[in-house]
Design a protein. Sequence first.
Length: 170
Amino acid sequence: MDTSYITAFIEATQIVFETMLSMPITFGRPEVAESIPTKYDISGIIGLSGDVVGAVVLSFPTETAGGVVAAFAGEPLSVKSDDFADAIGELANMISGSAKAKFPGRSVSISCPTVVIGKNHRIHQPSDSTCISIPCHSPCGEFAVEVCIRETDDAVGSHQAASETASAAG
């Protein structure tokens, strides 16, 4: 996986949290994972299709999610509220949309968000994809951005051709 994809998700997460929640965050070291490691209770999931395919998961412990949603919504919301799930989904959507805009020369679409609430839920990653877990720390607590993507064969070929053309022109 191209490291610029991970950088895009880190930058997007930081921008969304700073602008939409007025919340500074820091990041731990991204780690390769064999699968999407949903160790937390609440996950906002976005699918990616096109030149890059896979899934992005914004995952929180319940307490952290409550604080983040309260900052986003301007008031505390019950985990059982539809608005709570909508807020988690919208945050995942904004991060994914901002990150995909930083994929130069790639045509990528994102899905509508899906939110899963419950302990020990599992999310299966697309086959032949690399999963990277990005640990995040906020004033509300820890959370993670899980990126599990791969480039399609067409995207790899067109990216290589564009690079060769640019090198030949320079």
